[in-house]
Structures are given as structure tokens and as C-alpha cells.
Design a protein around this ligand. Structure first.
Ligand code: NAP
Length: 292
């Protein structure tokens, strides 16, 4: 029976580290602050925005929630982002997606100053994922890597198969895990014979959004399975991996809920502190723009 990759307990440990770090910043007179913008009332976005607020409160991080009506004009959101970019009391800025359809989410997220882009969606930060320079990287692929490393899994030299090439998880993960010296294969909806590739994986990471897509016959016995999928079904929340089946043959497996998703908010807040270090010049100002 597989060992469970326990995202909740790993998140609890990282939260303790963040609490201490936030305390140290406050002793120096700086109160780390995250600002979250949202337009409209998408239920999942409301849920995620509230979850961030709760974790911020627990850790002692300042939280600003800027909630716009669905009918808000793009220029008003861009103006607010520019204000937050210039506000020295705000260290991380993110926009809850999806936005209402009349708003250009690419234009809006690209307006966030890259040093405050805690979601890692600014084109410059996306570029740094490729080049391997220090930047702000998206939290979910970081969660997939962190859950492995903090569970004592050696990534170097392993064949990592990633299923899903989405902009938020799969695609950035390819380059992030490559830096850990994995041999990487990426699969997607057009992959012919998906099981052929998934069965080759020492570490299988799935980020698709299809409930229980990965069945026991698609997994090599002794493989390590990381499930980033989140699916709401009539039977409740489940991942992209058939957990009950696959745990019988895997060496390790992350559950849904309680796995990757448990780490994401925590790592987003870790990015606020990393952004703050960049803004304070403790990490080289890689953005070649004046630090505010
Ligand atoms: P996405 O952008 O829709 O990407 C889904 C990917 O899955 C695409 O690359 C797609 O291939 C591929 N795919 C679809 N059907 C497939 C199939 N039958 N076989 C193989 N590949 C298939 O989704 P995403 O934003 O990356 O999110 C993926 C999952 O992660 C979702 O369940 C989402 O809820 C979850 N998620 C979790 C967190 C967290 O905190 N844990 C955060 C973000 C997302 P094509 O490119 O060919 O279309």
C-alpha cells in the first residue's frame, strides 16, 4: 500500500517557517502584504480569495481584497493595478481568474509589476522559468515539486511524466522540474497511447481536470504519483487519478483533497515574501527596473 504524500502536514510545516519570516520582517518595520483583485462573483474565485484571507490572518500577513463588480471597465482595473504597483506597503499582487469575458486577462495580469507578480503570470516571470533565473514562479507547479522534496523523494535522474500542458500547472512544471535534473516527458490530449507513457514514469504528475483519468493499469508498480487535479463530482471532490485503485500499486501517492492543493495557498504567500526580498534588493533585481 502506497505511502501518502501528505500535503496538509507539509503545508503546516511551511506555514511555521513563513510565520517566523513574517515576524522578522515586522521587527524591521515592514508588514508583508498581499493584494488580491477580483471582478464578478465566480464562486470558485470567491472561495479561493477567502481561503487566502484566512491563511494570511493565521500567518500575520496583511491582506487587501479589492472586489469589483462584474461590469467594471478594464481601464479601472488597470488603474488599480498601477496604484498597487506603486504602493510600497503592498508586496504581492494577484488577480483571481477567470475574469468576466469583456476583460482581457492577459493584458490585466501583464500589468502587474513582475516583482509583485506572486502568481508568476507576468511574461517576464514566465521567461525566467525557461531561463532558470530567479523569478516568481506559479504556486501549483511549485507545490508538485515541494510535496516530493519534503517527502524525501529524489527527483534527480528520475523519469518524470507530466500529463497536462496547461498554462498554470503542466507547462511551467516541465521547466521547473527539469532544473531538478529529471528526465521529462509531457503528455496531453493529443498524445497517442497515453498509458504507454504513464507506465514508463518513475514519478507521474497529473494536471488535467478529468476525474479518475489515471487507472491502475496505467501506472508502473512502485511509481510515485502526484495528482494536481481538482474535480467537483456528485460524489465530492476527487483528483485526476483513481486514488483507491492506484494506491494499491504505487510507492507514494498524493490524495485529493489533502495533497497538492493543500500547499498552493501557502506557497503563494511564500512568493509574497520572495517578492519582498526582490523589492528590498536582497535578491538581485533581475527585472532591470527601478525597485519601488
Ligand atoms: P488546463 O489548462 O485545462 O489544461 C489541461 C491539460 O490537460 C491540457 O494540456 C489538455 O491537453 C490535457 N488533457 C485534457 N484531456 C486529456 C486527456 N484525456 N489525456 C491527456 N491529457 C489531457 O488545466 P490546468 O489549469 O492546467 O489545470 C489542470 C488541473 O489542475 C485541473 O483539475 C485544475 O483544477 C487543477 N489545478 C489545481 C490547482 C491546485 O491548487 N492544486 C491549481 C490549478 C489547477 P491539450 O493541451 O491538448 O488540450
Amino acid at each position: 500500500m502506497a505511502k501518502i504524500l501528505d500535503g496538509k502536514s507539509i503545508a503546516a510545516k511551511i506555514k511555521e517557517e513563513l510565520k517566523e519570516e513574517i515576524f522578522r520582517w515586522k521587527e524591521k518595520g515592514i508588514s508583508p502584504c498581499l493584494a488580491v483583485l477580483m471582478a464578478g462573483d465566480d464562486p470558485a474565485s470567491v472561495y479561493y480569495a477567502k481561503a487566502k484571507q484566512k491563511v494570511c490572518e493565521n500567518l500575520g500577513m496583511e491582506y487587501r481584497f479589492l472586489h469589483f463588480p462584474a461590469s467594471t471597465k478594464e481601464e479601472d482595473i488597470l488603474k488599480k493595478i498601477e496604484e498597487l504597483n506603486l504602493d510600497s506597503l503592498v508586496h504581492g499582487v494577484m488577480v483571481e481568474l477567470p475574469l468576466p469575458s469583456h476583460l482581457d486577462s492577459k493584458k490585466i495580469t501583464a500589468a502587474i509589476h513582475p516583482e509583485k507578480d506572486v502568481d508568476g503570470v507576468h511574461p517576464l516571470n514566465k521567461g525566467y522559468i525557461l531561463s532558470g533565473d530567479k523569478g516568481l514562479y506559479p504556486a501549483t507547479p511549485q507545490s508538485c515539486i515541494e510535496i516530493l522534496l519534503r517527502s524525501g523523494v529524489e527527483i534527480s535522474g528520475k523519469h518524470v511524466v507530466i500529463v497536462g500542458r496547461g498554462e498554470t500547472v503542466g507547462k511551467p512544471l516541465v521547466f521547473m522540474i527539469l532544473r531538478h535534473n529529471a528526465t521529462v516527458t509531457i503528455c496531453h490530449s493529443k498524445t497517442a497511447d497515453l498509458s504507454y507513457f504513464t507506465r514508463l514514469a518513475d514519478i507521474l504528475i497529473v494536471a488535467v481536470g478529468k476525474p479518475k483519468l489515471i487507472k491502475v493499469g496505467m501506472v508502473k508498480p512502485g511509481a510515485i504519483i502526484v495528482d494536481a487535479g481538482i474535480n467537483e463530482t456528485d460524489q465530492g471532490m476527487c483528483g485526476d487519478v483513481d486514488f483507491e485503485e492506484v494506491k494499491a500499486v504505487a510507492e507514494m501517492i498524493s490524495p485529493v483533497p489533502g495533497g497538492v492543493g493543500s500547499l498552493t495557498t501557502t506557497l503563494l504567500l511564500k512568493n509574497v515574501l520572495k517578492g519582498l526580498e526582490i523589492q528590498q534588493g536582497r535578491i538581485t533585481n533581475i527585472y532591470n527596473r527601478e525597485v519601488r
